[in-house]
Design a protein around this ligand. Sequence first.
Ligand SMILES: [Zn+2]
Length: 326
Amino acid sequence: MRFIDLHCDTISTQVARSNKKIHLRKNSGHLDLERMRESGCLAQVFAAFLPTQEAAAEVGIKVGPQELFNQIYACYQKELRMNKDILAPAYSGTDILKNERKGRMSAILSIEDCVLLNGDLHKISALYKKGVRIMTLTWNYENSLGYPSSPIPADMERRLKPFGKAAVQKMQELGILVDVSHLSDGGFQDVAELSRKSHMPFAATHSCARSLCPHPRNLTDGMLKTIGETGSVCGINFSAHFLNGMTQNYTKIDDIVQCARYMRNKAGIDSLALGSDFDGINSTLEFGDCAGLPRLADALAMYFPAEEVEKICWKNALRVLTEGTK
Ligand SMILES: [Zn+2]
């Protein structure tokens, strides 16, 4: 089986913030290139996660989001150079297939929290030129685009700001896939409306189903339906927080399979994908790490026909990256 994973924090967390002691090729986290290759990985989205406020203080980040992005980007480029025998950057779905033909896995760069845009549309073009092809509009704080998901209903209903709407339009014009994971429900509605107008898909790169696990980060049945109707995609997050409410902080393979079955019924089989959140989550995983992905595919095959397992593991993600990025 091949795999495309729509979200991991490996570059941000494992590599960029470890004083260069950890490398992407081989490390002891959830994901490295050797294990990716072993499991059949076709493409991995690497997020440049840009924490601010308390989240930045907690991990000892003292620089602002632009400088932090620059540091993560430099690290990403260095890892691409060091591992060019097995990994190549991809800027579209077509690139992923081209890289595969040359025997390379693909790396796609995303930004998690568009806080660095700071109300400036030109910065989107600059980031596009650097190769960013997915933008997660918010993380867990308000920024110039909009508001994060929240347990407080009035906060959850808050819509995108005018700059947020203009930013979504700009991203879709350029060929950057808009990511609604972490966004408020009101913001999701705006992204959905803009995507219906532009006929461009969007993604929830690492989110699960709220009806199964009532976490504000998860998607309601209505949102899953919208994702299906717009030809968009949802990457299932492997954190126990979002799958089972985390009584033990342990993720069983079956938790992911049941989430996939539920989402298939609400969004349709063409909208399911994987968004592991490897190296960004602290749950213990029954299948261990990225080397265990084939075990997940085998478990999915108990409930889904072979062509549907392929859609979940890579084909849907490839389609949305082909339609939504260029
Ligand atoms: Zn996240």
